[in-house]
Write a protein that binds this ligand. Structure first.
Ligand code: CA
Length: 227
């Protein structure tokens, strides 16, 4: 398997030794691993790099794991496994309904963590398919169809639609959409994405005026919903 096909696991953990052990085991299981050792740097990293799964320690310098989990759930369904130091903590966290996918108590065996990572990923992985019942995207020809009628899309609009379709219901921030499209998005303003989305919506509604496919989420970004 080439590196680009490997799933990236983000470890947010301030104990370097523990993070290192987890990294070694995960790498042996063919995952790519990134480590962040403080809570304040985590959000930006997650937003930018969209890891396949996050191992999130509860007690962190800076922003704590609970807050990070809540904030991530504001824009992403990425699987999150919380690491806690006390077993009693798990009940409390479950009660708070943070939206984590699993909880593991320290000390743990790294093998168990890997097994849980695999289980959570298996549960959450949907087959990537840039098409729905209504919309069909052909990546080899860059042709798009809505209800079997051809959509005339620019390359940028095609890429935006593909990204949104990759996870229906997931909210993508403007930054995430820009990352997909521009090598250097510092030169692109949020308005650029907004105007591409506006044109894309117009083209979709010219073929199907009865449904909204792309929804804007105020202050956050955009999502695709099957009508
Ligand atoms: Ca800690």
């Amino acid at each position: 398997m080439s590196d680009t096909k490997k799933k990236t696991i983000l470890i947010v953990e301030d104990e370097p030794e523990l993070a290192g052990i987890l990294r070694d085991y995960l790498q042996q299981s063919d995952y790519q691993v990134q480590i962040i050792d403080n809570g304040n740097a985590a959000m930006e990293h997650i937003e930018k790099n969209a890891p396949a799964l996050i191992l999130l320690d509860l007690m962190l310098p800076g922003k704590d794991g609970m807050t990070i989990c809540r904030e991530v759930r504001g824009f992403s369904h990425v699987p999150i496994i919380m690491l806690t130091a006390r077993v009693e903590e798990i009940d409390r966290l479950l009660g708070l309904e943070l939206g984590a996918d699993d909880y593991i108590c320290k000390p743990f065996s790294p093998r168990e963590v890997v097994a849980r990572v695999k289980a959570v990923l298996r549960r959450s992985t949907s087959v990537p398919n840039p098409s729905t019942n209504n919309i069909h995207l052909d990546e080899s020809t860059y042709k798009a169809h809505l209800n079997e009628q051809q959509l005339e899309l620019t390359a940028v609009e095609f890429e935006l639609l593909k990204k949104l379709l990759s996870e229906p219901g997931r909210i993508f921030s403007r930054n995430q959409l820009m990352d997909k499209i521009y090598q250097d998005h510092r030169i692109v303003s949020d308005r650029t994405i907004d105007s591409h989305i506006k044109k894309l919506r117009k083209k979709l509604s010219s073929l199907d005026g009865d449904h909204d496919y792309i929804h804007s989420v105020y202050g956050v970004g955009y999502k695709y919903e099957n009508p």
